[in-house]
Design a protein around this ligand. Structure first.
Ligand SMILES: [Zn+2]
Ligand SMILES: [Zn+2]
Ligand SMILES: [Zn+2]
Length: 384
């Protein structure tokens, strides 16, 4: 390990660390107008510690399979404070208590520019950009923000390539415009914790046509999290009255006792009692109900009634005309005549052994008619 004590002096130019572990402190590194003040290459490890200052145009750069650890360093430059270039997936930059700042104020200025497949880990410290500058400009690589404060017009600008991953699990993202600027992302970008605040536009802003490429699973926000960033049906944002921030929590949709809204003859929408999201489903029909002339069904959840249809008519065993669909009796079977005389007669009939006397009475009438026919028939024959 080599320790480079600058003894309060300034080293100007483009310092390159090629091998081993180098610790630089107690002085200032000033970049040239074009290159980085210090670049780590090969498999080297560079540590900026104790009163190390970096000034000029560009700060530090990890490349190849090197590592840079920024401890108590103070990097204040115009254009880019830290970046990775031509790096492998093993290259790594760790920010652990350092201050990184870009002062240029242009939209192209960023405190950290991450566009190579290297690892960036922010544990503590500050990463900020003045004016229109960006805190962390992320294009690809593996990035973890566990702590610290990231700030700029946008704290985080995402333009991610597929296969890359960025996770915010702690710290603060503060944007004077928005905390996260979404320029579209095919990578795996997640917010699982941290405090996310944007002054002018709120937590999220997006380039038109590029929203919802961030998965929000946790964290606290200064505004309710737009639905496109939440895992549909799993996560919701709610206001925490104590901190006046919105937080994101997991839930399972719950419909019982909630609101149902008729949609069409076949379906209704039901609304989750927790997040208010709705889903469409078929009506839950009752049995057929008769209203006299017709029958219909009713949805027990939304109250929708089906079409009113004419009964189907059928005779039951008792001779009633019934509708086999709604079970309504449409016409009752005729009962025997109900007068006092017939009651007396039928009770007599019962004494004589059922209805045989009624039948024999009828038979007697028939015999009389036959006898009369025979009499007049003979008389007519006799007249001729
Ligand atoms: Zn829900
Ligand atoms: Zn319904
Ligand atoms: Zn019916």
């Amino acid at each position: 390990m080599i320790t480079l004590d600058l003894n309060g002096k300034t080293l100007t130019g483009e310092l390159v660390v090629k091998d081993g572990t180098v610790v630089i402190g107690n002085g200032t590194l000033r970049s040239s107008d074009i290159g980085y003040a210090v670049t780590a290459k090969g498999e080297s490890t560079l540590i900026l510690d104790g009163k190390a200052k970096v000034v000029g145009n560009k700060g530090v750069c990890v490349s190849e399979s090197s590592r840079i650890i920024l401890k108590n360093a103070d990097i204040s430059v115009v254009n880019i404070a830290a970046a990775c270039e031509n790096s492998t997936a093993y290259a790594e930059l760790t920010i652990k208590g350092a201050k990184l700042k870009v002062t240029g104020g242009a939209a192209s200025d960023c405190a950290v520019k991450w566009n190579s497949s290297a690892i960036l880990c922010v544990e503590s410290g500050t990463v900020t950009a003045d004016g229109n500058g960006i805190g962390i400009q992320y294009n690809k690589g593996n990035v973890e923000i566990k702590g610290g404060v990231i700030g700029g017009k946008y704290a985080l600008a995402l333009d991610g390539a597929s296969g890359s991953a960025l996770t915010v699990s702690g710290g603060e993202l503060r944007g004077t415009a928005a905390a996260v600027y979404d320029m579209g992302n095919d990578g795996d970008v997640r917010i699982v914790g941290g405090l996310i605040k944007g002054t002018a536009d709120g937590a999220f802003a997006a380039e038109s046509g590029f929203s919802g490429s961030v998965k929000v699973l946790g964290g606290n926000f200064d505004e309710t999290v737009p639905k496109e960033y939440l895992q549909k049906g799993e996560y919701i944002s709610e206001l925490d009255k104590n901190s006046e921030t919105y937080y994101v929590i997991a839930h399972t949709h719950t419909y019982e006792g909630g609101r149902y809204e008729q949609f069409d003859i076949g379906s209704h929408n039901k609304f989750c009692t927790i997040c208010g999201e709705s889903v469409r489903e078929a009506h839950v029909w009752s049995d057929y109900i008769s209203d006299g002339d017709t029958h219909y069904r009713e949805c027990s959840l939304c109250g929708r009634t089906s079409m009113h249809l004419k009964h189907t008519e059928e005779l039951d065993e008792a001779g009633n005309t019934v509708c086999p669909i709604c079970n309504d009796v449409i016409v009752e079977a005729e009962k025997p005549a109900d007068t006092a005389a017939s009651t007396e007669e039928s009770s007599k009939a019962e004494e004589n052994g059922g209805c045989s006397s009624v039948v024999s009475g009828g038979f007697a009438v028939v015999l009389v008619i036959m006898a009369l026919t025979a009499f007049f028939g003979k008389k007519r024959v006799g007249a001729e």
